[in-house]
Design a protein around this ligand. Structure first.
Ligand SMILES: C[S@@+](CC[C@H](N)C(=O)[O-])C[C@H]1O[C@@H](n2cnc3c(N)ncnc32)[C@H](O)[C@@H]1O
Length: 196
């Protein structure tokens, strides 16, 4: 708890189109806090305020954060300096400029269903799936052997339909939280061993 307060204080009040830590962020933190992250290579994709990546760095992981918004990356770099944490921050459209493979890839996507993408921090297009599908399609080459992704979804996204259209991956629910108009879930996604 004191770690979370310290991180929030270092991040400050996000502004200028940077997503502020919210229920979805904190559900992901609950899941991450059950995992042994020390020494792991972690990618926090769509890092926003950097809360998730900074939390993993605090837990001893080697962290890369990525976002399409330069303003977010600048703020995460500044927060990391305040916390004396080492992170690599890269501007990237999903995985396009992300180097290497990771033990854990975290993605809390813009997932709200929308007719168009007006606010890239929250708008997720049709069923909120626009970036979710791109993420799942491009995930495989960025995972180490035994690596996995943690993906946040909402009941608004119809998770069963998403799972059904990505048969190359296996999914399990590792965290959930009911809010008044949606249920949030964290899915653990792994590559299926198609040889077996
Ligand atoms: C819902 S916010 C999550 C922020 C943070 N990870 C958290 O959990 O609080 C989604 C983030 O994805 C970023 N994003 C949107 N489109 C992206 C893209 N094409 N590639 C990478 N990041 C993107 C947004 O800028 C935003 O920071």
């Amino acid at each position: 708890m004191s770690d979370i307060r310290e991180l929030l204080s270092a991040i400050g009040k996000p502004s200028g189109g940077v997503y502020a830590p919210s229920d979805d962020t904190f559900l992901m933190i609950d899941v991450l806090s059950t995992m042994a992250l020390r020494g792991k290579d972690v990618l926090d994709l769509g890092t926003g305020s950097g809360m998730l990546g900074l939390f993993c760095a605090k837990m001893g992981a080697r962290v890369t954060v990525a976002d399409i918004e330069d303003s977010a990356l600048e703020k995460v770099r500044a927060a990391a300096r305040r916390l004396n944490l080492m992170i690599e921050a890269v501007r990237s459209d999903i995985f396009s400029s992300v180097p290497g493979r990771f033990d854990v890839v975290i993605f809390n996507p813009p997932y709200l269903p929308s007719d168009e993408i007006k606010d890239p921090t929250v708008d997720g297009g049709n069923y909120g799936r626009h970036l979710v599908d791109r993420f799942l399609e491009d995930l495989a080459p960025h995972l180490k052997e035994d690596g996995f992704a943690l993906l946040l979804l909402s009941s608004l996204n119809d998770p069963a339909a998403i799972i059904d259209s990505h048969r190359e991956l296996s999914f399990s629910v590792v965290g959930s939280r009911s809010l008044f108009f949606e249920e949030l879930q964290v899915l653990l996604c792994k590559l299926r061993n198609l040889a077996s």
